[in-house]
Design a protein around this ligand. Structure first.
Ligand SMILES: *Cc1c(COP(=O)(O)O)cnc(C)c1O
Length: 226
């Protein structure tokens, strides 16, 4: 686990990030209420997360099921209205745990996982929001449906697995200018009638908001370096 920034520091950073989100939204002719801040708390311990909760933040992203299950139940006893997003790769054999634990799963990226999630939803009666991850840069090491296969995969999620998909998520290649990737994700969402776009991290969230992001996933700008 990473050393937490001092509590005051993370609350100040959170306020600064919120201000930058408002400014980017205003700059794009959008309302800041259209953009949900997902505070990415992966690798940070509960003591580092608590001050951000106290400062009013309620939506958090974690990239591992086990880590989230170890950290969050105690925090949720104090802050019961927390909303947790899974933003990391999900193994099919952990689909049920993820469905039970998260309010949103952002990383649905293959038919086998779609089948496992459909089964878990049916068995548990829990319905987390689901986003399909698109590998906009077609990177071999990254999860996500290829852009050219996204329409067919979304149709399959609906028709074969009877899953309700809320939107799309992407992580552009670090070496590329991000905006063309954000614009591509926005086009795929628009032609499939999807309203939620999870895109933009600490380094590029203003560009993502310009391209229509409705969720930004921000870690280091709030919690410090990992
Ligand atoms: C870690 C992570 C983030 C946050 O990245 P920062 O650069 O720290 O803001 C966002 N999205 C995903 C999928 C991540 O894994």
């Amino acid at each position: 686990m990473t050393q937490p920034a001092s509590p005051d520091e993370s609350a100040v950073r959170l306020a600064a990030v919120r201000k930058l989100i408002s400014r980017a939204a205003g700059d794009a002719g959008r309302k800041s209420a259209e953009v949900t801040l997902v505070a990415v708390s992966k690798t940070f311990p509960a003591e580092a997360i608590a001050p951000v909760l106290v400062a009013g933040q309620r939506v958090f992203g974690e990239n591992r099921v086990q880590e989230a299950k170890a950290k969050w139940p105690a925090l949720k006893q104090q802050f019961s209205d927390v909303e947790l997003h899974l933003i990391g790769p999900l193994q099919s054999n952990k689909a049920r745990e993820a469905v039970e634990f998260f309010e949103q799963i952002e990383t649905l990226d293959r038919p086998k996982l779609a089948a496992a999630l459909a089964d878990a939803i049916q068995k548990t009666g829990r319905h987390p929001e689901l986003l399909v991850q698109v590998n906009t840069g077609a990177e071999a090491q990254k999860g996500g449906i290829l852009p050219g296969e996204a329409d067919a995969f979304l149709a399959r999620c609906r028709d074969e697995f009877h899953l309700k998909i809320k939107g799309l998520m992407c992580i552009p290649p670090v070496e590329d200018p991000p905006s063309p990737h954000f614009a591509l994700l926005a086009r795929i969402a628009a032609r499939n009638g999807l309203s939620t776009l999870s895109m933009g991290m600490s380094a590029d969230f203003a560009a993502a908001i310009q391209c229509g992001a409705t969720q930004v996933r921000i870690g280091s700008a709030i919690f410090g370096v990992r």
